[in-house]
Design a protein around this ligand. Structure first.
Ligand code: SDX
Length: 394
C-alpha cells in the first residue's frame, strides 16, 4: 500500500516529520491524500468521505460512512451557553478570530474526551469538531449581519446544512442549490490537507505538548489566518478589486509585484513547495468557469484574474522564480459567486482543512515515540558580557 518513493538527499535533510497522510511532489504538481490523487477525489468523492479517508486512512465502507455521517448529524449543535459568547464579540470581529476562540472554548465543554486510546470517545470528539465548526462559522456570520442564528437541520447533508445555517432566514424557506452544494464539497475536498504547511505544523507542534485536539486546532486556525497562508484568499479578492478600481491595469500590478521597493506581492501566486502548477488551482479555475456559467454570473474579477495569470506567466520574473497561481488565486471568485462575504473566505479554508489538521494531530498522538516539539536555533546574539548598573549606562 505504501509505494516506495525515492527522495533526493537534499530533501531528506529538510524533512523533519514523517507522515503517511498526504504526498506532495512540488516539481510534478502531484497531490495525493492517503495515496489517492486529488483529481480523482475532486471528481468522485464528497467532503465527508474524504475527511474520513484522511483521518482514518482508508475510504469508508457504506456502514462506516453512515456511522460517521450520523455522528456529524448528532453533534452539530453547540451548547446553548456558547451562544452568549457571541454577545461579547463586536459585529466587526473577523470571523477567524471568532472561530479560533470558539473552537478553543469547546475544550471547556468537553474537557476529557481527547484520549487517543479510547476510539469510541475519540470518534465522537472528532465528529463534534468537524460538525460544530460549521455552526460556529455560520453563527459568526449571522452575528456580523445582525440576523438570528439558524439551527442545524438533521435532514441536510454536511455542506447543505452549512449553507442553510449561513443563508437561511426565519421569514422564508431556503433551499440549497445542488450545484452550489457540489461546489462547496469540491472546495472543501481541495483544501482538506496539504502535508506540513504552516497551520498543520502549528497543530502538530501544539499537540506535541499533549494539548487537546480543540486547543491544537484553535492554534492552527490562527496560523492559517495569516495573509501569506490561508488569509491569501481574502487578499486575492481585495487585490483584484484594487486592480478593477484602477481601470483593470493588470500590467501595472505585475510590474509592482516585481519591484522590490514595493511591499506588493501578487497574492495567490507562489508556493513553498509547488514550483510548477498547483494541481488544486487548475481544478478551481475550471470550477470557477463552470459554476459562474451555471449561476449565470459574469464576474469581472474572474476576467482580471485570468489576465493577471496570463501576464505573469509570460513574465521572466515569475517564470524564473517558478511562481504560479496557488490554491488561493481563484477560490475567492467562487466563494463570492456563492454569496460569501470576503472576510469569510479563510473560514471556508479552515472548514475544509479541519480533517487534515485532525488527521495530523491523531497521527502524531498515536505515535508513542512523538516527543514534545522543541526546535533548536542558530544563536546570533552577543557573546557573554557583564551586567552594567543603570547609572553607568549611556
Ligand atoms: C497557502 O504550504 C502550503 O502548502 C500552503 C497552502 C496549503 O494548502 O496549506 O498551499 C496554502 O498558504 C498558499 C500560499 C498563499 N499565499 C500567497 O499567495 C501569498 C503570496 N505568495 C508569497 O508570499 C509566497 O509565494 C509564498 C509565501 C507563498 C511562498 O514563499 P516562498 O516560496 O518562501 O517564496 P519566497 O518568499 O522565498 O520568494 C522567492 C522569490 C522572492 O524574490 P527574490 O528574493 O528571489 O528576488 O519570489 C518572490 C520573492 O520576492 N515572490 C513573489 C511572490 N512570491 C514569491 N514575488 C511577487 N509575488 C509573489 N506572490
Amino acid at each position: 500500500k505504501t509505494g516506495l518513493v525515492t527522495l533526493d538527499p537534499a530533501f531528506m535533510n529538510t524533512a523533519s516529520t514523517k507522515s503517511a497522510i498526504t504526498f506532495l511532489d512540488g516539481e510534478k504538481g502531484i497531490l495525493r491524500y492517503r495515496g489517492i490523487p486529488i483529481e480523482q477525489l475532486a471528481e468522485k468523492s464528497r467532503f465527508v468521505e474524504t475527511a474520513y479517508l484522511l483521518i482514518y486512512g482508508e475510504l469508508p465502507t457504506q456502514p462506516e460512512l453512515d456511522r460517521f455521517s450520523n455522528l456529524l448529524t448528532r453533534h452539530s449543535l453547540i451548547h446553548e451557553d456558547m451562544k452568549h459568547f457571541f454577545d461579547g464579540f463586536p459585529s466587526t470581529a473577523h470571523p477567524m478570530a471568532v472561530l479560533s476562540s470558539m473552537v478553543c472554548s469547546l475544550s471547556t465543554y468537553y474537557p476529557e474526551e481527547h484520549d487517543i486510546n479510547d476510539k469510541e470517545k475519540m470518534d465522537i470528539t472528532i465528529a463534534r469538531l468537524i460538525s460544530k465548526v460549521r455552526t460556529i462559522a455560520a453563527y459568526a456570520y449571522k452575528k456580523s449581519i445582525g440576523q438570528p442564528f439558524i439551527y442545524p437541520q438533521n435532514n441536510l447533508k454536511y455542506a447543505a446544512n452549512f449553507m442553510h445555517m449561513m443563508f437561511a432566514v426565519p421569514a422564508e424557506p431556503y433551499v440549497v442549490d445542488p450545484d452550489i452544494e457540489s461546489a462547496i464539497n469540491l472546495l472543501f475536498i481541495l483544501h482538506a490537507d496539504h502535508e506540513q504547511n504552516c497551520s498543520t505544523s502549528t497543530v502538530r507542534l501544539v499537540g506535541s505538548s499533549r494539548a487537546n485536539l480543540f486547543a491544537s486546532v484553535a492554534a492552527g486556525i490562527l496560523a492559517l489566518w495569516g495573509p501569506l497562508h490561508g488569509g491569501a484568499n481574502q487578499e486575492v479578492i481585495e487585490m483584484l478589486e484594487a486592480i478593477q478600481r484602477d481601470g483593470g491595469n493588470v500590467k501595472k500590478y505585475v510590474e509592482l509585484a516585481k519591484d522590490k521597493n514595493s511591499n506588493f506581492r501578487l497574492m495567490g501566486f507562489g508556493h513553498r513547495v509547488y514550483k510548477n502548477f498547483d494541481p488544486r488551482a487548475k481544478i478551481i479555475k475550471q470550477t470557477a468557469d463552470k459554476i459562474l456559467a451555471k449561476l449565470g454570473i459574469q464576474d469581472p474579477l474572474l476576467d482580471i484574474a485570468k489576465e493577471l495569470e496570463e501576464a505573469a506567466l509570460k513574465d521572466s520574473y515569475f517564470v524564473e522564480r517558478k511562481l504560479y497561481p496557488n490554491v488561493d488565486f481563484y477560490s475567492g471568485i467562487i466563494y463570492r459567486a456563492l454569496g460569501f462575504p470576503t472576510n469569510m473566505f479563510t473560514v471556508l479554508f479552515a472548514i475544509g482543512r479541519l480533517p487534515g489538521w485532525i488527521a495530523h494531530w491523531k497521527e502524531m498522538m498515536e505515535d508513542t515515540s512523538t516527543k514534545i516539539g522543541r526546535p533548536r536555533q542558530i544563536y546570533t546574539g552577543p557573546t557573554e558580557r557583564l551586567y552594567v548598573p543603570i547609572e553607568q549606562r549611556s
